[in-house]
Design a protein around this ligand. Sequence first.
Ligand SMILES: [Zn+2]
Length: 1093
Amino acid sequence: MEQGVLKHRRTTLERAEKFISTIYFTDVNLQGKLYPKKADVKSLTHWAAPNLKDEHLRFEKVVKQKFTPVKVGQQFGPTWATHWFRVDVEVPVEWVGSEVHLRWNSGSEALVYVEGKPRQGLCSEYDRLDYPLSESLQADNRSFTVYIEMACNGMFGAGDNGMIAPPDLNRQFTLSCCEVAVFDRRVYNLIREVELLHDMAKHLPEGSERGYQALYTVNAMINACDVNDPTTFQKCHEISSKFLQQKNGDSQHTTYAMGHAHIDTAWLWPYSETRRKCARSWSCTIRLMEKYPEFTFTCSQAQQLDWLRRDYYDLWCEIKKYAKEGRFIPVGGTWVEMDGLIPGGEACIRQFLLGQNFFAQEFGAPCKEFWLPDTFGYSGQLPQIMRHCGISRFLTQKLSWNLVNKFPHHTFWWEGISGHRVLAHFPPGNDYGMKGKVEEVGLIMLLRSSQNFKDKGRSDKSAFLFGFGDGGNGPSEDMVERLNKMKDIDGLPRVKMSTPDEFFSAVEEEDGGNLCRWTGELYLEMHNGTYTTHARVKKMNRLCEMLLHDVEFVHTVAFIELIAHVYPYGQLPKLWKLLLLNQFHDVLPGSSIGMVYKDAHEHYEEIMTQGNEILAKGFRDVVRKGNFLFPKPGQTKCIIRNNLSFDRTEVIVIETEPSGSGPAKKPAKKRQKRSPQKQAKAQQYNSEGHALYCVNIGSYGYSFLDPVTSIQPAEVQEQDGMYVMKNSLLEAHIDQQGRVVHMYLAGSDRDAVDKEYPANQFVMYDDIPLYWDAWDVMDYHMETRKAVTDVISETEVLDQGPLRVSLKFSLRISDKSRINQQIILDAGSPFLRFNTEVEWYENRRMLKVEFPTSVHAREATYDIQFGHIRRPNHRNTSWDTARFEVCGHKWSDLSEHGFGVAVLNDCKYGHSALDNVLRMSLLRSPKAPDRMADMETHTFSYALMPHAGIRMDPHTLTYALMHHFGTLQEADVNKHAYCLNSPLYTVKIECDLDLPPSTSFFSMSTTQVVLETIKLSQADRGVIVRFYEAHGGTCRATMTTSLRRQITNAVLVDGLELKLKGEEDQVDLTHTENSITFTIKPFQIIAVKLIGF
Ligand SMILES: [Zn+2]
């Protein structure tokens, strides 16, 4: 009798590892016996597809092409090309009864077609190389023909020297394997058992008895196994079974496992490749579903499913079959997994509206969970937006990427700025699939999941998303086998193949009352350069959001006011979908390759062109038909439209026709007869020869040009080497470099600008991140500040008043880059505007503009979706410090009691505030994954707005200083930021009437409540009006319409335009024939369907 050998932990572990290694000792280990027999295919022929962008090649077309012989070892390319192969197989008769696989490795992604239908994806990176031809080969069925579509890209694109590097466009891919092989399933099962025992021995807490039991069991298995004698395999299996059958106690944590494939809708590859990635991934999923009846799979992003429906109808039908069984589970509810910070509030709602429409229509029900695992931070208004759209559950994991602070929860109540709550879960594996961490699949992840779990004691369950993302084709057979084996093994969390609904329901029912709460945004301490990268995409996003808003407003009015007006029901969803698609979490943030932006800008172009066309047509109809005007050549009226829910008095520019007898001058001439003196004051031609007027337009309305004449002029004069710009509200002192040295509110000697440092100071920073080039701006960039002071042309006067004064100057950033700026002050304007042009050709440098103020405050305030958020402007804690660069929308503000300074912008999202200085991030210059990111000329506007509770009377343009009303709310910072973003729109219309009507279709009793959206409901042509409370305080507000038809009923609805139940009491909605009145809480979103129109 031999004595037991004392085991050394490390050597025993490594022995087990080598026994199933795919690299070492494969000639004598178990892994080496997985494919005991191999043979060449009978024939291999090939056809290179022409490069047809965005055209999905139909199989029927492909098979008609001329295929020519090729050999294993040949190369195919270049990057992004498509190659088709026909593979004919004649399996040797000796293999009858065996499981036979076709093995394929083209160093790329590929899709197997059988009998004309897509069957299964292949991907070299994660060794998905097998396509099973037969589970048990029949003697009379040994011939097979398959087609393989090879895509010349890897799962992460084709980065030249590194994953996120721009693609190498000339890469060749080698076909290194095309063969048939016997697959020995007994060996495969033993490998899974050895792996499981090895992983338990290695990863259970050191010193745990269970770990040692696993170690000794795996050692005994190897001792019993003769890899050349399959009759020994049964004995090995019996040894492991004895161990694996030992069960857990009742208290064990439960892991709700769900298959998933996080497919980026575009990233290191273009949109068109994603369409194919989906087919490759989900065909793999369907094959697994056929084999494993318990296997479930969660799938987000309506857009991707919609692409599949169009491109791969056979596969789509298979998916719908499994969806009906509740195993292929649509999740998320949104059109794409969008960025969580930059999209506007209304766009976020549309993500749900169009997404849930699709899910309900195609799968019979909307999704129950919002699913955003990979997005770079989550707005504090998302909980309410979710609730508004009928969703109360949220899943992500991205905050595990935090660089500094560990987020303290995995399961918790997330409460937004409005007080609305959702149940949030971060799968504690801190991953949504295995990106580059193949060794972590399965057991290690599972252990890490339960060990990481931060809410132990409050909850004993967590979700586990398994599957390779992007081109990795989702869950693999190995993963499903592992999880099946781990259902209930003593020492490991229980594994339950599950659904998100089952998981969240269990948490809600059993743990909901125990959970902690997190209030406010979920800030990701990483990727904060994405608020700035690809500036033009951000600008187009903002413009297109505004444009679609305007289209909906105008056509809703047209629908109500005119007989038989056709609302653009067909075009609007199409344009919205393009905009929503570009809000994907690698497109809008600026972290995709250059090819993606070519597509993205084509989408924006389409939205702008078509959107403007339907807008112009709708508005012409409203004005002409609504006033019974008819075209009359020569009689051109100039009409100004206000697309906002605020009354406005502003200076506008009307392009004057070169002939000199242009229409813009006509109203002026008429008026001159009546009051020549005033008119002389009230009209001006700017430096480009265009006419300026000051006009007064009601909210959501229009007016014929009817200039305001009683207006205090704007002036500019030189004084002690500086220019002093002045209107009735402001006085700004500008130096030769275009910097604001002093700024006063009229009637006050309080300087808004810091004593020592001027505002509107451009500053450059080194911007070299650790790895994620387009994504990250690092904290150390702040130590490299360099002021831009190299003057090309000093400040000079451009416009002299009385309606507009302006200055211009130019600065040199470097030999390649420069700034040209105009500083503008209009009569009656509460802000100083900066129209900026930057020629930008830098390398890993960042441009900001800074505004040192005289304000003493502990927090800065930032505009976000449907509200605002306060963040510290100091660095007390590591959480404060880590938020050195933050996302804001149309304005940021620093306020003390009675006085504040706001910075407004028309397309920027990156901000920072430290002590008394507000900074806005203007441009970055990362080189990966897009070498050309931001290398062009950019134009944008921003404005500086000090406030001390100035209240303007919009009609007389008088003002009053109210020192005790100095808040940003009282000063209407939000309103003025909207105005900067939505210039009054001017159009010339030929008509035969001289009567100048002016109309405000919708008006609000207070600027505290913004009427954000006016649209027709998708279902029944009711008018949907959506409001939000913008100041952070409860109030009662009235909306009045001047529309011809009357309101007969007003119903509260949600974001999906369905009748809301249960909130009527709080809102206390009442209506008359032309108004509705309701109570609205801080930052609340309320949508009302008006019936009767
Ligand atoms: Zn992603």
